[in-house]
Write a protein that binds this ligand. Structure first.
Ligand code: AKG
Length: 300
């Protein structure tokens, strides 16, 4: 059995990337219609508009889009924090993964403006950067998450895919729950926050509403730990364009993915995952029995 890609794995803060690494996913061609969408996700304006009806819609459709969730100052502070970590201001922070194209480049000699355009992923940064921690603990965000979960949320994963211009590889269709050792019935919520404008051209989120109700789908180790391209039914898919400071809250079983950034525009974002504080954990074996083990007698 292939060890599943751990793009988003890990359930606690004991684990972190220990050294500078390069993307181990396989960049590759994918069907040109894989990220086709039939509309744009509609959203509300600001946390103040999160009514009980919006919370109910999250549970029905598996997502909630909040434009202008964070102020320009809060968004800029998060971006400044990210750039401070890329520039190496905190030598203890090692959680950066570079795009494959960065291999052979003297990354340490590059100014941060250039260096950031080779970064694929950041992980486990909140404890190294106060500005990012503040974003993850934003009282208005925590309030909405508490209302969704019915109890206090616990941050258990922080990561950022930066998807640099021209080379930012896709994140194939997947369910985040396939990476988490948590019982299926746990309401796990991902929060994806745009730091740049995210568009279909530079690789914004694409989601298939209500797919969180279909339960676990087998994932395969292909270009990534992903749903097989031929198992994706993107009829009804929605693109989720966001301006900086906008965010997408999404259920961990919803099918989602992001196309390659072929544009010349940056698409920096951060993503936090929260679970109810009281949720028990399960094991890798239990997770793979539901989502994996290279397809359990099926092909991809
Ligand atoms: O930021 C992206 O491009 C996709 C992130 C995502 O879906 C994930 O890491 O689970």
């Amino acid at each position: 059995m292939t060890t599943p890609n751990t793009e988003a794995t890990v359930n606690n803060y004991d684990k972190k990337i220990e050294q500078v690494v390069f993307d181990y996913g396989r960049p590759g061609e994918y069907p040109t219609d894989l990220y086709n969408y039939s509309g744009l996700a509609r959203g509300i304006d600001g946390f103040a508009q999160v009514t009980d009806e919006q919370i109910a819609r999250f549970h029905q459709q598996g997502y909630l889009v909040i434009h202008n969730a964070f102020t320009p100052a809060e968004t800029q502070a998060a971006l400044d924090g990210l750039l401070a970590l890329i520039s190496g201001e905190n030598p203890d922070f090692k959680g950066i993964m570079y795009e494959k194209q960065a291999q052979g480049i003297s990354l340490e000699t590059l100014p941060v403006e250039q260096k950031q355009d080779y970064v694929r992923k950041f992980m486990w940064f909140v404890n190294y950067e106060g500005r990012l921690k503040a974003l993850s603990e934003h009282p208005k965000l925590i309030d909405v998450l508490t209302r969704i979960m019915g109890e206090a949320p616990l941050l258990f994963q922080d990561m950022a895919l930066l998807k640099p211009p021209k080379i930012g590889r896709e994140k194939p269709w997947h369910q985040d729950h396939a990476y988490f050792n948590l019982p299926l019935e746990t309401t796990v919520v991902g929060v994806w926050i745009a730091l740049d404008e995210a568009t279909p051209e530079n690789g914004c989120m694409t989601i298939i509403p209500s797919t969180h109700k279909q339960g676990p789908v087998v994932h395969f180790q292909r270009r990534d730990w992903q749903i097989c391209d031929t198992d994706v039914n993107n009829q009804g898919a929605l693109a989720v364009p966001l301006k900086p400071g906008g965010c997408l809250l999404f259920h961990s079983l919803i099918h989602h993915g992001t196309p390659t950034n072929y544009s010349g525009q940056r698409r920096r974002a951060v993503q936090f995952h929260y679970r109810p504080s009281s949720a028990p954990q399960t094991s890798v074996e239990e997770r793979l029995a539901l989502f994996g083990e290279e397809g359990k007698d099926v092909t991809c």
